[in-house]
Design a protein. Structure first.
Ligand code: F42
Length: 332
């Protein structure tokens, strides 16, 4: 387990000064990476990451994830190169197709996500390598475009992926894959697809960082930790395909109640309808020992990097301290 990496996801839905405090604690607790989510409605991801870069010194800082619909890939290349400069070579880029509902809220249709992500990653990589880029894609057209500055290293590009074709694309093009899932069965399905993509591109699969980007909640009291995860799990369940839910034996009646409650903004009712099976499948939540047991199962399934995502726990700072202890135990 020596090469295993651990990180956290932070959502800029609160003051950046608070997120910076969390980032400092994460670094002090020996974590390897921080990923900041990107949605138009939250605080701007690059400002959050820049502030973290100033106040930390070792931890890697990732955009987790941006998308090619809201932000042009040339802009993303310049932004991530700037973050790399400010952080002394600690930037990582996560890119995906973007959250469908969030894009729709600002009038963007998520057309041809595979093509959009493929073109964006290609353009970003070439610009970061200092190339003069001429590119004639379906989404992006660049004519003699280049950055006026070049990062001192190859900045790793991770692709956010869950669905089969995106997982293969991630294997083909990515230095890493961010898989938004919490159950070993999902990774057992996903990893062969990533491998297939890597092999088709003649890449060494063992060099790809396979990241479990989990819904995580820990507290000394197992029930409190699980209760804190219920609303996040409600959103995951609501967005999951019915075929997957059926396969896992999840009660589709409860799922439709959750979907209706969320549509009406009744978060309490949505959370109350999340049962233990849903929690078990879509989150890692509970006491530190329960979380360790589930994390060990993910490690066995073949992942190389665990990102502990929202909500982290009912009390964030307490959760960050517990995560530090969990990581120490898993590394020993
Ligand atoms: N989304 C955000 O907006 N912000 C975030 O901060 C964020 C973080 C994040 C972290 C990890 C992670 O894994 C995902 C994250 N996401 C975030 C969500 C991400 O942006 C995507 O919404 C999510 O990963 C879903 O993508 P997916 O991998 O499931 O792929 C979808 C789009 C899909 O359905 N793909 C299918 C597949 O098999 O891969 C098929 C798509 C397909 O075939 N499309 C064709 C094409 O060319 O693209 C044609 C379709 C057409 O329209 O004609």
């Amino acid at each position: 387990m020596v090469n295993l990496k651990f990180g956290i996801e932070l959502v800029p839905d609160r003051a950046i000064s608070t997120l910076v405090e969390y980032a400092i604690i994460a670094e002090q607790n020996g974590l390897d990476s921080i990923w900041v989510t990107d949605h138009y409605c939250n605080r701007t991801v690059y400002i959050a990451l820049t502030m973290m870069a100033i106040k930390t010194s070792k931890i890697t800082l990732g955009v987790g994830v941006t998308n090619p619909y809201v932000i042009h890939p040339a802009w993303t290349a310049a932004a991530v190169a700037t973050l790399d400069e400010v952080s002394g070579g600690r930037a990582i880029l996560g890119i995906g197709s973007g959250d469908k509902a969030t894009l729709e809220a600002i009038g963007i249709e998520r057309k041809k996500p595979l093509t959009a992500v493929r073109e964006a990653v290609t353009v970003i990589r070439r610009l970061l390598a200092g190339e003069v880029v001429n590119f004639e894609g379906e989404f992006f057209k660049l004519k003699g475009a280049r950055l006026n500055f070049k990062p001192s290293r190859a900045i790793p590009i991770y692709i956010g992926a869950q669905a089969p074709k995106m997982l293969q694309l991630a294997g083909q093009l990515g230095d890493g894959v961010l898989i938004n899932a919490s159950h070993p069965k999902d990774f057992e399905k996903a990893i062969p697809l990533i491998k297939k993509g890597a092999e088709a591109a003649g890449k060494d699969f063992s060099k790809i960082d396979i990241v479990a980007y989990t819904c995580f909640s820990v507290a000394p009291d197992s029930k409190k930790a699980k209760d804190a995860a219920r609303l996040v799990v409600a959103f995951i369940v609501a967005g999951a395909p019915d075929t997957l839910l059926k396969e896992r034996g999840i009660d589709l009646g409860k799922v439709s109640t959750i979907r209706e409650a969320l549509a009406k903004g009744d978060f309490k009712k949505a959370a109350e309808n999340v049962d233990d099976l849903m929690l078990d499948y879509f989150s890692i939540s509970g006491s530190p020992d329960e979380c360790i047991e589930k994390l060990r199962e993910l490690i066995k399934a073949g992942i190389t990097h665990i990102v502990m995502g929202s909500p982290l726990g009912p009390k964030k700072k307490e959760a960050l301290a517990l995560i530090g202890e969990i990581v120490k135990k898993l590394r020993s």
